[in-house]
Design a binder for this molecule. Structure first.
Ligand SMILES: NC(=O)C1=CN([C@@H]2O[C@H](COP(=O)(O)OP(=O)(O)OC[C@H]3O[C@@H](n4cnc5c(N)ncnc54)[C@H](OP(=O)(O)O)[C@@H]3O)[C@@H](O)[C@H]2O)[C@@H](O)CC1
Ligand SMILES: Nc1ncnc2c1ncn2[C@@H]1O[C@H](COP(=O)(O)OP(=O)(O)O)[C@@H](O)[C@H]1O
Ligand SMILES: [Mg+2]
Length: 281
């Protein structure tokens, strides 16, 4: 297993070409945030914007509109109940994040199905939180993932739900077997996160710690992964995912020297300065 270190950031984060515009740095659609969990999709959206995504639209409950715009006016809003608007937005984006705070009720299943139906092969589909739990309970939805570039970002219980492997039995070989069956990249989040790649290799994240154990921390990671995939165009895109995962925890580790706990919003607020350190190579 490859042990990630700071080199991954030097490899992936590059200065921007002078002749460029917002359309070159990723069109992202984030989908989630019901009445109860609006914060989750706002964190994902804000993280994507602060990590450099060119254009970000957020499909969420209309109840989150004012909060979303007061936190990130850079984000565009779509009512996630408007099926046509959501499917049109899904077709136009490079990267879709679905699941943070989506919930697991019937409307949530319908929103997820609409997104999966309307996503395309050349897009990246980051499936997190509630969307993982929903897929585990609605196996018929898996057919929409065939031949797509899917990235699952489960915590250990979500991985148990989707893989069938109990947390106590989640060892490298067993995890890899199930991940390969899914034909997707799996970012298994925990103390020392492991990223299982499509080609059977895996990367270990040796940094990060319990100062990151705050609700919304994984939601924030989805936005960083989306922004990295949207703007750093490498054929081997799984290295880009490794870099995003490393960046998230590296910022937290750095802040933890002066903060007892690190909040998701602290990480979001530090992203721009942190990434600037890696643009000289
Ligand atoms: N501000 C917001 O809007 C926020 C909204 N959020 C959104 O809420 C939705 C539900 O997501 P969720 O993760 O909160 O709940 P769920 O999927 O039921 O998992 C929790 C269960 O799994 C267990 N567990 C075992 N191992 C674990 C591990 N390593 N990491 C974590 N849990 C572990 C755990 O065990 P216990 O805590 O009881 O020991 C518990 O029984 C989702 O859409 C998410 O995006 C949140 O992000 C919070 C901030
Ligand atoms: N003790 C820990 N050590 C290292 N990383 C942690 C620890 N606790 C939480 N994290 C990180 O925080 C994030 C939690 O993700 P998740 O459980 O999905 O949060 P949420 O759904 O509340 O946003 C993951 O990136 C995980 O690796
Ligand atoms: Mg989560």
């Amino acid at each position: 297993m490859l042990q990630l270190d700071e080199k991954i950031l030097n490899q992936i984060i590059k200065p921007r070409p002078l002749e460029s515009h917002k359309g070159n740095f990723g069109k992202i659609l984030t989908v989630g945030g019901n009445q109860q969990y609006g914060g989750a999709i706002i964190l994902s959206t804000a993280a994507a914007i602060h990590a450099g995504a060119g254009l970000v639209s957020c499909a969420t409950s209309p109840q989150n509109l004012t909060a979303l715009h007061s936190i990130v006016p850079e984000a565009m809003f779509i009512d996630f109940n408007n099926k046509k608007a959501v499917s049109q937005a899904a077709e136009k984006t490079n990267v879709i994040v679905v699941g943070p705070g989506l919930g697991i009720d019937i409307p949530a299943v319908n929103i997820l199905e609409n997104i999966l139906r309307n996503s395309r092969k050349n897009q990246f589909l980051i499936i997190d939180g509630s969307a993982i739990s929903l897929l585990a309970d609605n196996q018929k939805l898996f057919k929409f993932l065939k031949e797509k570039q899917v990235i699952f970002t489960p915590h250990q219980m979500e991985w148990q739900r989707i893989s069938g492997i109990k947390i106590a039995d989640q060892a490298e070989d067993t995890n890899k077997k199930q991940q390969q069956k899914l034909h997707a990249t799996v970012v298994l989040k925990k103390y020392h996160t492991v990223i299982y790649h499509l080609d059977g290799t895996s990367s270990l994240l040796p940094i990060g710690g319990p100062y990151m154990s705050t609700g919304g921390m994984g939601d924030t990671l989805t936005g960083i992964i989306a922004a990295f995939l949207g703007q750093f165009h490498l054929k081997d895109y799984e290295q880009v995912i490794d870099a995003a995962v490393y960046c998230h925890s590296a910022i937290a580790a750095e802040l933890s020297s002066s903060h007892y706990i690190v909040l998701p919003t602290d990480i979001i607020g530090r992203l721009q300065e942190f990434m600037a350190q890696y643009t000289n190579s």
